[in-house]
Design a protein around this ligand. Structure first.
Ligand SMILES: [Zn+2]
Length: 340
């Protein structure tokens, strides 16, 4: 039921005329017609195709589709059912796929796709779709509350960014920690959620050592497998041991040069190791050890590793290895690797 198929493209088309018994060109005429739908009669503007040779009526599937759509549009108008155009505007508005949208709405996987293709929703479903289209804040609520329905971090992030710009709210992506995460993901081909956590910890530690302040506010906790930033863990742990896909290049136009230099050095000299290797690095470093204290190796904890301890430790590392620039992070990483 696509109206784009009508009009211009058809003027060059031939269809079979049963009268002439051959393919012919045709002309389209429009007139008011009436038809019954769900027990009611509707008047609508209907098109008919006529053979250019004999003037007899010919059958053109696209025109029949258009007529059917025109009839359904009348029904939709009368009963206040959302229009097909409005249904199709929803996935575009919120940058979400048809299937994930259906799941967010708590419907069957294919339900939204059916409406998108022309099926008419019930009044009840129609009201939901209208509300989703017209109230971005309602959609945002659905997106956040039913995030787990999506089973795709990427789909969530994409749609969240679209809605954030629609609502003109500072996106979660604009926090420094999130920007760092995006930067790492976009530049490391094979980063896992385990190695991402370690990279964040080294970024935080070395940034403080070289530039005197912490890059982000968030604290990490001394988990069994090393320091963990809890929110980031929640976001990416679903990837398990798989590589986390980048969701695209972050906007780094406002990123100061020293941040970029430090991040690039961590990417080059730290992210080249596997998550497990980096775990063994962190397990012999003071910050994690001192906060774990006497906890058994497998005991989970939410004890925070204070930023101060991380800062002091990496400042001492910088001094010990006589590092002059962030490029010297290489010396530390290689030395750690040689000792495991
Ligand atoms: Zn004909």
């Amino acid at each position: 039921m696509s109206s784009e198929k009508g009009g211009i493209t058809m003027t060059n088309r031939f269809v079979f005329c049963p009268e002439c018994r051959q393919d012919v060109k045709f002309s389209v005429k429009e007139k008011t017609d009436s038809a019954k739908l769900k027990g009611e009669v509707f008047e609508f503007s209907a098109k008919t195709a006529f053979c250019d040779e004999c003037g007899g009526e010919v059958y053109v599937p696209e025109i029949e589709d258009e007529n059917l759509k025109a009839l359904y549009d009348k029904y939709r108008q009368k009963h206040g059912i959302i229009s097909l155009e409005d249904i199709r505007a929803i996935p575009e508005k919120y940058n979400i796929g048809k299937r994930p949208l259906s799941l967010l709405l708590g419907w069957g996987e294919q339900t939204f796709s059916r409406y998108y293709d022309g099926d008419m929703p019930s009044k009840q479903y129609s009201e939901i779709l209208k509300r989703v289209l017209n109230e971005p804040s309602y959609y945002l609520e659905l997106l956040e509350n039913r995030k787990d329905n999506l089973k795709s971090e990427k789909a969530f992030e994409k749609s969240k960014a679209a809605i954030a710009s629609l609502l003109n709210i500072p996106s979660v992506k604009q926090s420094k920690l999130n920007l760092v995460v995006e930067y790492l993901l976009s530049r490391c081909q094979d980063i896992t959620h385990l190695s991402l956590q370690k990279a964040l910890y080294y970024v935080q530690g070395f940034y403080k050592a070289f530039f005197g302040s912490f890059l982000f506010e968030e604290d990490c906790e001394a988990w069994v497998h090393g320091p963990v930033y809890r929110d980031i863990y929640r976001r990416y742990s679903g990837f398990c041991y798989n590589t986390i896909d980048s969701i695209g290049d972050p906007d780094i136009s406002l990123m100061p040069a020293e941040e970029k230099v430090l991040l690039d050095s961590v990417i080059r000299h730290i992210c080249c190791y596997s998550g497990k290797t980096l775990e063994s690095f962190t397990h012999v470093e003071t910050p994690w050890i001192s906060i774990r204290g006497n906890l058994p190796a497998e005991a989970s904890t939410n004890r925070v590793i204070p930023k101060q301890i991380i800062g002091e430790y990496f400042t001492s590392v910088k001094d010990k290895y006589r590092m002059l620039t962030p490029a010297n992070i290489k010396d530390y990483a290689q030395d750690m690797f040689s000792k495991i």
